[in-house]
Each structure stands twice: as structure tokens, then as C-alpha cells.
Ligand binder design. Structure first.
Ligand code: GDP
Length: 428
């Protein structure tokens, strides 16, 4: 059985926690897109971790973890995280890397930094991890697939790649000779030798595992609204965090994905630029930001304060639709416990008309949130494990969201730790 576990909104939904939790039943966790540009926070028996490159199943001894072909493979982050896990006593995580994944190089990060600086106020709020330059080079077909490192005939390609980068860096940023063929060759040779023991032909491996009836999790890295095609372009990531892309990246047929879970959080946050309907400012935002997540709403990758809004049914319904989610996991319900009443955005008012459809990006600037208000429950719910024990107002909040997004909520997370979970589909 293949399950996709994905983000239903703008990101930071708690996908890392949910993947770590569900990985207990998984044979394989496949990280299917992005690079080290986000952080998945996981709190379990080993302590607190923020994973950027490794799949979130690494804490389970019986689970294999694969970085799939569609990911942006950052070797420095990969080896750094493996080392960190070893130091912190996580016993020998089984990790493999698709030989068809491509390398995100240090020059991609340099390009990201210089480009964001060049753009100034019109920048995208990039995490400066090299993602946009990496995917640009990938789709321009000048990048390096890991398998190529073992082909023995790379010198012409390396030379051309350096020439391209040098011309580009000089013209755009006034930087001379950013990359030499000898330095890049040395770097690629080192990576080639270190990576060898981790490589796998992901496509055949995962297909055989599917045939053998293994439990496989496809792990998405960002929220649906950041999808390059269906999200808030251009304030998107440069790949697709949608379950559909999980099948492409792992190399398995789409119909093999039997279950898709969208993770949504009980209020909204986002990092980076672009319209964010209903964004809160001032003390209301500060209070939610301070109370949110495991230690406040600050980017797990960048440390930047996250932008805050109330739960947005329009965005989440659209996100769940994009993911093809048959169920949702609602996280951070505990964070709202201090509120007397809780606004929920149920529609957008655009040019005087109310809609529950998520519009194209240019219309978002005109959209004003339409709220309904629900009663708060004003009690600590973080220790509850049984749906029936939730206060009536909290159940009402869950049911309200479920009705509005049209997807059943099967799991409720009420704290950052692995064990803080309520299986809501057990409800009578
Ligand atoms: P991800 O990238 O989707 O995994 O999300 P992040 O790790 O960037 O951000 C999620 C934050 O929320 C982290 O600080 C988690 O520890 C925390 N978190 C996850 N689930 C819950 C929850 O149910 N309640 C609370 N209070 N925090 C949670």
C-alpha cells in the first residue's frame, strides 16, 4: 500500500511529525521533492530534530528511507544530517539515494543568494538553499544526475557547465570566474566516492516493493499552495509538492497511491513573499506566533518569523483537492486553546462577490477574508488521546473545518511530540 503524506496549505503544517508517526507502520519512506530548503521538526524519544534533507522515517530502525529522483539532492546537508543523527545516538538509519536524483551544487546556493540580493524588494523570500537555480539547470538539462558521476566521461560537460555559470555570474552579478573545471571536478569526485554505498535504482526498487505489498510512504516537503503550477505562482517553490508528483519522482504509477493524507494546521502560517489573505498583524499575530508550533512560529530553516492568519477554508479546500486527499490530519489544535472565540476564514470577498474558490494569484491581492466565528474551549487539550474527551467546542471546530473543506479529518495532533495524537476516525 502506498500512502502519500503531503501539505494541504502553505507549509509548516507539521508534515515531519505526521510522517515520523506514520513511519512506524512503514517499510519505506520516500522523500519525493525539494532539497534542504525546508525543515521538518520531529520530537520523539531521541529528542528534538529538524530534518532538512533526510526523509522523516529515519528514526525507525525497520524503515528504509529513500531520497527519490525528483528531489534536489544537497550532498553537504545529507552527510551533515547523517553525522548529526549518529552523534545524537539515532541507531544507523537506513538511507538510500536515487541514482537518478540530481546534485544541488554549492554554486546553486551562491546564485540563489546573489539573485535574491539583485532582486531586492521584488525578491521571493527564498530560503537561499539554491532550489530555483537547481531546478532551472535541471530543466535546462545542464545539471548533473548522480548516475553520471560514474560514467567516466564528464570532462566536457563539466567544462561547459563552468563556462555557462561564469558567463551568467559575470553578466548578472559582476562576479568573475565563479567556478573552475578543476574545482568542480574535485568536488564531484569526492561526492561520487562518498555517495556510492547509498545509491539505489529508486524506480525499480520502489516498484518491486509495491509489487511485494510493502507499506510505502511518499513524503512531500512543502504545502500544496507552493506547487509551481497550481500554487501562488511566482511565490511558489520550483518543484511540485503534490502527491501526483510523488508517483513521478519515485517512478511508480499514479494508481498505486492508495491513500493520500493532507496535513493541515488549525490556523495558517506562511514564510516568504506573496499575497496571504487575512494576514494578521500586531498583538493578535504576535500572540499566535508566540504560542504556535513547539516553540513559536519561526521558520524551521531560516528562523524568520512566520506570517500568521486564521484557518483558511478556501486555501485548505483547494490544497486538499490538489493533493487528491481522501483524509486530512489536523495539527496544532492545542495552540488555539487560549482563545474565547476563533475566527475561521470561510470565503474570499473579491470585487464585492463572495467565493469559496481559490483564485489565480493576481486576484489574491484583491481578496478579503470572510469570517465565521466559533466558540473557543479555553482548556488545555494537549494531554487528550481520545476524541470523545475533547471539549464539545473543540469537536465542533474540527467538524466545522471538515465540512468546509469536504475532507474527513482522521487524525488530530494536539502537541508537537510523537505521542500527542488523537485518531479522530475512531469517533462514534
Ligand atoms: P513541517 O515542515 O510541515 O514538518 O512543519 P515544521 O516543522 O516547519 O513546523 C511545524 C511546527 O509545529 C514544529 O515546530 C513542530 O514541532 C510543531 N508541531 C507539529 N504538530 C504540532 C501540534 O499538534 N501542536 C503543536 N503545538 N506543535 C506542533
Amino acid at each position: 500500500m502506498v500512502t502519500a503524506i503531503t501539505g494541504g496549505s502553505f507549509g509548516d503544517e507539521g508534515k515531519g511529525k505526521m510522517t515520523d508517526l506514520l513511519a512506524a507502520q512503514a517499510d519505506i519512506v520516500v522523500r519525493f521533492q525539494g532539497g534542504a530548503n525546508a525543515g521538518h521538526t520531529i520530537i520523539n524519544d531521541y529528542g528534538k530534530f529538524v530534518l532538512h534533507m533526510l526523509p522523516s522515517g529515519v528514526f525507525h530502525g525497520h524503515t528504509e528511507n529513500i531520497i527519490a529522483s525528483g528531489a534536489a539532492f544537497d550532498a553537504e546537508e545529507f552527510f551533515g544530517e547523517l553525522e548529526m543523527l549518529k552523534k545524537r545516538g539515532v541507531s544507523k538509519p537506513a538511507v538510500r539515494v536515487s541514482s537518478r536524483a540530481q546534485l544541488l551544487l554549492p554554486v546553486h546556493k551562491e546564485q540563489d543568494i546573489l539573485e535574491e540580493r539583485r532582486l531586492g524588494k521584488s525578491g521571493f523570500g527564498s530560503t537561499l538553499s539554491g532550489i530555483a537555480p537547481f531546478y532551472s539547470d535541471k530543466y535546462a538539462k545542464r545539471n548533473f544526475q548522480i548516475s553520471e558521476l560514474y560514467s567516466g566521461g564528464l570532462s566536457d560537460k563539466i567544462k561547459r557547465f563552468c563556462e555557462d555559470k561564469n558567463i551568467f555570474f559575470k553578466a548578472f552579478y559582476g562576479v568573475e570566474n565563479v567556478l573552475s573545471a578543476s574545482a568542480l571536478t574535485e568536488y564531484l569526485t569526492e561526492i561520487r566516492d562518498r555517495l556510492k554505498p547509498y545509491l539505489v535504482d529508486c524506480t525499480y526498487y520502489v516498484n518491486s516493493a509495491v509489487k511485494a505489498g510493502k507499506n510505502i510512504l511518499l513524503e512531500g516537503q512543502l504545502g500544496a499552495l507552493r506547487d509551481v503550477d497550481n500554487g501562488i505562482y511566482p511565490f511558489v517553490t520550483s518543484s511540485s509538492p503534490l502527491a501526483g508528483f510523488g508517483s513521478v519522482s519515485a517512478g511508480i504509477p499514479p494508481y498505486e497511491i492508495g491513500r493520500t493524507v493532507a496535513v493541515i494546521k488549525a490556523y495558517s502560517t506562511c514564510v516568504g513573499a506573496g499575497a496571504f489573505v487575512g494576514e494578521l498583524f500586531g498583538s493578535e499575530a504576535d500572540e499566535l506566533r508566540r504560542r504556535g508550533g513547539d516553540s513559536g512560529e519561526y521558520g524551521a530553516k531560516t528562523g524568520r518569523p512566520r506570517r500568521i492568519a486564521w484557518f483558511d477554508c478556501v486555501a485548505a479546500k483547494y490544497g486538499c483537492m490538489l493533493q487528491g486527499a481522501a483524509e486530512a490530519a489536523l495539527t496544532m489544535l492545542d495552540v488555539l486553546s487560549f482563545l474565547d472565540r476563533i475566527p475561521v476564514c470561510v470565503g474570499y470577498r473579491i470585487n464585492g462577490a463572495i467565493t469559496d474558490k481559490f483564485p489565480e494569484t493576481y486576484m489574491l491581492d484583491k481578496a478579503e477574508p470572510v469570517y465565521e466565528y466559533l466558540d473557543g474551549w479555553k482548556s488545555d487539550i494537549s494531554g487528550i488521546r481520545d476524541y470523545d474527551r475533547l471539549p464539545e467546542a473543540a469537536k465542533k471546530y474540527v467538524r466545522f473545518i471538515e465540512d468546509r473543506i469536504g475532507v474527513p479529518i482522521t487524525m488530530i495532533s494536539n502537541g508537537p511530540r510523537r505521542e500527542q495524537i488523537i485518531l479522530a476516525d475512531m469517533r462514534k
